[in-house]
Write a protein that binds this ligand. Structure first.
Ligand code: MG
Ligand code: FE
Length: 169
């Protein structure tokens, strides 16, 4: 049976909503644990706020399309993310790995919104496409920030570790 593009669009918007729930949980956990990397912590906190707004915008798109907002999917994603965050906290180089994990996550989001923009355009949903483009720009900005600031974080991490002061967070 064929799936029309509008159904596919709804499905991807619901997946994106769950992804943002996961992102919020992961980043909140990470930011709250960081003590010695204020620039990283600040940028993550900023992106947590953006992420909350993204989830609300996705819910708005789904309502506009007459589709449901997947609360159960979001709850499962949050649970998985909390487990991931707890696992990451065990690592001795938590902050260094965290930058990489965040960078990877932002790129999953970038790919998600690029696909959503195409699907929304094909479905004739210009407003949904514009919303997804705006979110895409925020994900790209976060990925760019992580790329540009990774060297400073890693330098600081190695310096702290070598000086035998708390380095991991
Ligand atoms: Mg996001
Ligand atoms: Fe993001």
């Amino acid at each position: 049976m064929a799936t029309d593009t509008r159904e596919r669009l709804v499905d991807w918007l619901q997946d994106a909503y769950a992804m943002e729930q996961e992102a919020e949980t992961m980043m909140k956990a990470m930011a709250s644990r960081i003590e010695h990397y204020p620039a990283l912590r600040g940028r993550i906190e900023q992106h947590v706020e953006e992420t909350r707004s993204q989830a609300a915008q996705l819910a708005g798109c789904l309502e506009q399309l007459g589709a449901s907002v997947p609360t159960a999917k979001g709850t499962i994603a949050k649970g998985m993310a909390a487990m991931h965050a707890a696992g990451n906290a065990m690592m001795k180089d938590e902050v260094a790995k965290g930058v990489g994990i965040s960078y990877a996550f932002e790129h999953m989001e970038i790919a998600t919104y690029r696909s959503l923009v195409i699907a929304a355009r094909r479905a004739g949903e210009a407003q949904v496409a514009a919303t997804c483009e705006a979110i895409l720009a925020q994900e790209q900005a976060m990925a760019d920030w992580l790329f540009e600031n990774q060297p400073a974080v890693i330098e600081a991490f190695l310096e702290r570790e070598a000086a035998d002061v708390t380095a991991k967070r």
